[in-house]
Ligand binder design. Structure first.
Ligand SMILES: [Zn+2]
Length: 164
């Protein structure tokens, strides 16, 4: 039961919101609205319980910040940027060596950093354009992308050092 609101009081159930009230608010929130389950993406439209029928996880209604956390997105961008920076630096250095003499690097040596620069640069470009798509993925998928980005950068460096 909700206690009566006192004069000037804005919200009387900040930390003691009863379960039944929370469930009612959740039901009203998803009523007639296509809200995806944060766990599995299943539509919770007109749900009458506080559990997702698809993944079975318990659901609660929360207040969120308008700006979502972007740690994993930034980690992916940095992961790709590290490899892109490394390979483009190698390419510039290759050009400098070529212009100012020293030893001549052949196609075999130039190919790995050139391919890596194009591939990593392309991935980074797509990722930056698909920011919204990234935000809507599941956490596990995002973590996988972060790992892939860093792995791609590491692999490009390994490829370079194997050839040179
Ligand atoms: Zn679910």
């Amino acid at each position: 039961m909700k206690r009566p609101r006192e004069a000037g009081e804005v919200c009387s159930y900040d930390f003691e919101m009863p379960d039944a009230f929370e469930k009612e608010m959740l039901e009203r929130f998803v009523s007639g609205r296509d809200v995806p389950c944060p766990g599995c993406g299943y539509s919770l439209r007109d749900l009458r319980t506080d559990r997702c029928p698809e993944c079975g996880d318990e659901l609660v209604l929360r207040v969120n910040l308008a700006e979502q956390k972007q740690g994993l997105f930034i980690a992916s961008v940095i992961g790709l940027s590290v490899g892109l920076g490394f390979n483009s630096t190698v390419l510039i250095w290759t050009g400098v060596v070529r212009i100012f003499g020293g030893y001549h690097l052949g196609l075999k040596e130039v190919s790995p950093p050139l391919i890596s620069t194009v591939v990593l640069g392309g991935c980074l470009w797509v990722l930056l354009l698909r920011r919204r798509w990234f935000r809507q993925r599941r956490v596990l998928f995002k973590v996988g992308l972060v790992a892939s980005a860093w792995a791609a950068s590491a692999l490009s460096a390994v490829m370079f050092f194997l050839v040179v």
